[in-house]
Write a protein that binds this ligand. Structure first.
Ligand SMILES: CC(=O)SCCNC(=O)CCNC(=O)[C@H](O)C(C)(C)COP(=O)(O)OP(=O)(O)OC[C@H]1O[C@@H](n2cnc3c(N)ncnc32)[C@H](O)[C@@H]1OP(=O)(O)O
Length: 170
């Protein structure tokens, strides 16, 4: 089985917060941050598997700190765990006050992608090898998160079966 070190999947992105990126509280729009998160996570996934892959789920995006126009927003992503075709990615968002240099964790997120072959079917991915303390901690706790996701997915399917697809005006 092919293996890759976590560090080989690590990506980093730093942006300014422009006036078009903020909401009416003058903080970074949550949807913009979610788009940055999905974008960077997908690049870590490509570095791992080098095949097509889709976002299967996002566990949560925990917005811990507001990000203001005087901050920079940095995102770091890396693969924390792999199943057979599924890939867990962790994204850490840091906001830095550009006037003081003060840094805070502004958001964190776990996403799961699934690698696809040329027929768009799930396909096996290389296994990940963690090295640092942070990577090891996230790797060791990943199986538990994968189990919770499996359970949630089953519940979501049941819920979807219950929902109607009729439009309100029909
Ligand atoms: C990059 C983008 O923007 S993509 C756009 C947004 N994403 C999409 O459109 C994806 C839509 N969904 C799909 O295409 C399908 O549901 C897929 C590809 C995610 C899964 O396909 P299925 O045929 O249901 O896959 P299957 O049940 O065989 O599971 C394959 C793997 O995916 C994992 N998986 C499937 N759904 C989920 C989920 N919601 N969350 C976490 N893992 C999942 C399974 O646990 C399994 O993992 P393993 O191979 O490591 O054991």
């Amino acid at each position: 089985m092919e293996q890759k070190y976590t560090r080989e999947t690590r990506c980093f992105k730093v942006s300014r917060v422009f006036p078009t990126d903020v909401n009416n509280h003058d903080t970074l729009f949550g949807g913009k941050l979610m788009s940055y998160i999905d974008d960077i996570a997908s690049i870590s996934v490509s570095k791992l598997c080098r095949t097509a892959a889709v976002t299967a789920s996002t566990d949560s995006v925990d917005f811990l700190q507001p990000i203001r126009p005087t901050d920079s927003v940095s995102l770091e992503s890396f693969i924390t765990w792999t199943g057979t075709s599924s890939i867990e990615v962790f994204v850490k968002v840091i906001r830095e006050d550009l006037r003081s240099g003060d840094r805070k964790i502004a958001a964190t997120s776990f996403l799961t992608f699934v690698a696809l072959d040329e027929q768009n079917k799930p396909t096996p991915v290389p296994q990940i090898v963690p090295e640092t303390e942070e990577e090891l901690k996230l790797y060791e706790t990943a199986e538990q998160r994968a189990l919770m996701r499996k359970h949630r997915r089953e519940e979501s399917k049941k819920f979807a079966d219950f929902l109607v697809t009729k439009y309100p005006w029909e």
